[in-house]
Design a protein around this ligand. Structure first.
Ligand code: DGJ
Length: 323
């Protein structure tokens, strides 16, 4: 059993590690999460090699708390330059495209973060194995932290796909994806941090996540402070194209988002209610492998979002109720 503080299986305890079915520390860092066929799948950065690529680890869970390991969905590959040892591959996010294929998006970079691209990989099953396709700078723009979003119109397997991408030279972009999600088609919006915060020029947030609640879009992100945490923000719009509102805190100001950085927001649609789960990382730059998850209920309604601290909690995947 891990020596670092860890949650009992079946419980979410912010600041404590998840232990998987093998008794190992779940590598749920920079994670993407989707629900397929009633089960939650998570793809995380395996930080075995600290800041450089150690593989994309896949886990599944019935309840966002009891994680089963499925090994590497995408492994280190010395023959593939983008996936070679010593490279940086972060924030794996997966969407199921209208053809039923699982499409993985990645922040693909060099160790000095100068390469700044988005990468694609595809698989027949959520847990992989994924076949790596390529990387690019979308429409010529640098791309570091990413998020993904599908605007569903009521059915499970269709909807317009979007890529969220941090480009500090221009701002945080929302790109519309092609119908199969394998290419970027156009920029629908570019959001910026308040220019007064960055008088030298554009900036914008990173660690982006987008959710739609009651017809309103909520865009989450963090300031660009490396592995250090900051007061993450949320903005709203009635369309992904905006116009986007001013940015607001969604955790107590000065708490640095309870000392965490946004990774994704999970919607748990239940029979009694729809709950939202903030999935964040509390990075430990000296021991990234043991960086703790900070996952909390986030109340999203009427144009505002609010993180609610809990020492330990669960969400019922059937009813949606948080306890
Ligand atoms: C902040 C990003 O959000 C993380 O994913 C990671 O790239 C760190 N920067 C590296 O400093």
């Amino acid at each position: 059993m891990p020596t670092h503080p860890h949650a009992p299986r079946g419980v979410i305890a912010p600041g404590q590690l998840f232990v998987d079915d093998q008794g190992a520390v779940a590598q749920l860092h920079g994670v993407g999460i989707q629900r397929f066929g009633g089960r939650f799948y998570a793809w995380g950065e395996d930080k075995t090699s600290a800041g450089t690529f150690g593989g994309v680890a896949c886990y599944s869970s019935p309840d966002l708390a009891t994680w089963t390991a499925h090994g590497h969905a995408l492994a280190v590959s010395p023959d593939v330059p983008d996936l070679a040892p010593g490279r940086v591959v972060e924030r794996p996010k997966v969407l199921r495209n209208p053809d039923g294929k699982f499409v993985m998006f990645l922040h693909v970079d060099s160790a000095d973060y100068a390469y700044a691209r988005v990468g694609w990989a595809v698989a027949e099953r959520p847990e992989g194995p994924y076949t790596y396709l390529r990387s690019e700078r979308p429409l010529g723009n640098i791309s570091r932290d990413i998020g993904v979003f599908v605007d569903h119109d009521g059915t499970d397997d269709d909807g317009t796909g979007y890529l969220l991408s941090e480009d500090r030279e221009h701002g945080l972009h929302i790109y519309r994806l092609s119908a199969d999600y394998l290419a970027v088609e156009e920029i629908v919006a570019t959001t910026l941090t308040p220019p007064s915060d960055h008088p030298a020029g554009p900036h914008g947030y990173e660690s982006p996540a987008l959710v739609k609640v009651d017809g309103l879009y909520y865009l989450f992100g963090s300031e660009l402070t490396g592995w250090s945490t900051n007061d993450n923000k949320v903005a709203t719009a009635s369309s992904p194209a905006g116009p986007w509102s001013d940015w607001a805190d969604f955790a107590p100001s000065g708490s640095a988002t309870y000392d965490s950085q946004t990774s994704t927001i999970v919607t748990v649609q239940g029979s009694q209610c729809t709950s939202h789960v903030y999935v964040g990382d509390r990075w430990d730059r000296d021991d990234l492998f043991h960086s703790a998850p900070v996952w909390l209920p986030v109340r999203i309604a009427d144009g505002a979002a609010r993180l609610e601290w809990r020492d330990a909690w669960t969400v019922d995947p059937v009813t949606g109720v948080i306890a």
